[in-house]
Design a binder for this molecule. Sequence first.
Ligand code: GAP
Length: 446
Amino acid sequence: MDKTIEKIVSLCKRRGFVFQSSDIYGGFSAVYDYGPLGIELKNNISQLWWKEMTQSHENIVGLDSGILMHPKIWEASGHVGAFNDPLVDCKQCKARYRADEFSEDYSTINWNDTKCPKCGSTGDLTEPRQFNLMFKTHVGPVEDSGEEAFLRPETAQGIYVNYQLVQGAMRMKVPFGIAQIGKAFRNEIIARNFIFRTREFEQMEMQYFVKPGTDDTILQEWKQKRFNFYIEKLGIKESNLRFHEHGDGELAHYAKEAWDIEYQFPFGWSEIEGIHNRTDFDLKRHEEFSGKNLSYFDQPNNDRFLPYIIETSAGLNRNLLTVLADAYWEDEKNNRIVMKLHPKIAPIKAVICPLLKKDGLPEKAREIVNLLKPHFKVLYDQQGSIGKRYYRQDEAGTPFGITVDHQSIEDNTVTLRDRDTMNQERISIHEIVKILDNSINNDTIN
Ligand code: GAP
């Protein structure tokens, strides 16, 4: 079986998971829209993450901060000074590259002798220039006099600048965490691999405030918890996940230690989440730039300190791509494509199909839809042959197919089809809610 990103992209469009932005205008690079199934799947993933953070942990609370913030925040965070990519332009064909695409150690490259990979000309590449990845905008009605602001490139800073307000309002004691899900924006130069790297994306970040000295151990605990989340909550195959530790050259400007959780995508192993020890870098910088004391008072020990921060930072869109890539299965024996999504995250839980459009079967099927609707997202479908209806839902990842036939009218039973095995069993209509509930709301996947 050949699982390629192109096949996943095509299925996503065909079934309404993900569309290219501004499609009727020829598309808008590196931005994607989430269709009816995509938004359901994305919501299911983010709700699991939110529950894992703010419900399973009594000492983690939520926040929703603004995308636009005081511009000084980005000076303090280091993003104005350090959030740069080195870029090389081709004067001939106007192609633009990240210098490290040519070589990790691009400082030794003689650009005059280097060929442009696109047009093939030599001597037309510029020396690398730094390019900031933040999107700039202006606040206020007049562009020239208005204050310059940035679209946030990470949600984390919104948490840091609110940390004392949250701590005070909720009477949190170190160690405690603040979780946030929201949009982030980066003017990525090389945006590729579908929704893996885009200019507008969503992050699910949790910042854990700890006492200095406990940071190394707590980072190890979060590393393992986050790895397990993918296996136990999203149903990802463990063999497709691994850790990658950042070496000295890779560490972000704020990090003392950093680990990526990587997934084996069709285009290779790539990062889906970062777990970072940011030390007191951010709080210290915000103290400097705001002039406010951001220390925490540990009353029982009569101790005052600036907490260290352990960060877990996952991309929601990358989580979605991970789930789709892991679930994609070409069932060659039965000549079909199946998205083997766990029932818990599947966008639609069941399709209800009357075998025929007559003899009272549609009405009976509607009764079942009404029975299930308060509990699960379900779909009524009477279009086309029953085989075609099932195959459409196999691609959508719908775990159950319920067919209403003439026997249903007589004895109140239906057939229940399992998406993966295609096995069908006859069950009583009274049992459907319980059967679906058992497999969907089972807390742990494996
Ligand atoms: N606050 C820390 C931070 O932002 P990061 O490693 O730059 O760290 C964290 O990003 C996560 O955000 C990544 O692991 C990835 O899942 C997601 N992410 C980052 N840039 C992205 C982009 N351009 N498109 C989609 N997801 C992105």
